[in-house]
Design a protein around this ligand. Sequence first.
Ligand SMILES: [Zn+2]
Ligand SMILES: [Zn+2]
Length: 275
Amino acid sequence: MKITRGTCLPDCHIHTRFSSDCDADPRACIEQAIALGMPLICFTDHHDMDFPDGEFQLDVPAYQQQMASLAAEYAGRIEMLCGVELGLLPYLGKERRIERFAEAGQFDYVIGSIHMINGKDPYYRQEFEETDEELYRLYFEQTLESIQENSGFQALGHLDYIVRYGYEKDRFYSYEKYRDVLDEILTCLISRDIALEVNTAGFRKGLGFPNPHPDILWRYRDLGGEKITLGSDAHMPQHVGADFKAAAELLQALGFRYLTLFHGKEESRIPLDMT
Ligand SMILES: [Zn+2]
Ligand SMILES: [Zn+2]
């Protein structure tokens, strides 16, 4: 797949009402993407295994059926891919649950993301007794373990997402503070050929940067990492493509030239200066 047209980079992280924390109409998301001039989008609704209260369970057949019918309807106006965002947990690797789910679903793109720490959702910050610093470290340690233990995902979603939910957010946060574990995460991704996602929701969640922090992106490149994917993590149609210009400028300033686009077993590169 070669993407050379369009006035906006493709958004490869979008949620719709198939995610239990979202009521966005997929059609409205597509219309927004077309209005922005995107040549392609990829929906990535949530599926989190063993989430408390049975939340975030994706109805795969209904989801894929709806996405296939929209893809056919919008053919010629925009390319549509159907992906998924899977919640990673270290122990899921023992029975290859992520890998098996991804294989069974034949998704175009699978993002692996860490949404839970010790079985709890850090969105509810008060449920954790740890200080921000302890919680961030715990999140990174469980991220490392999750990516080491699991397969079947092509990109790691929103590394340092936890900073969105700290009491002090990024006030005392830096790459340097967690350098040991972050370097292990980046090295593991590079050696396993897993892409690193740049998730622009960080800008909207009170951080002045995407997830991960630019220093981590810099370090990823410094270690030889090249595979970057880009997504807004939109849960509302108006957030599709949000802050993509800022993200593209940042990535170019850090020396990246391409985004990686996954399309089933294929992957292609999209120049960051496409627009
Ligand atoms: Zn996520
Ligand atoms: Zn997401």
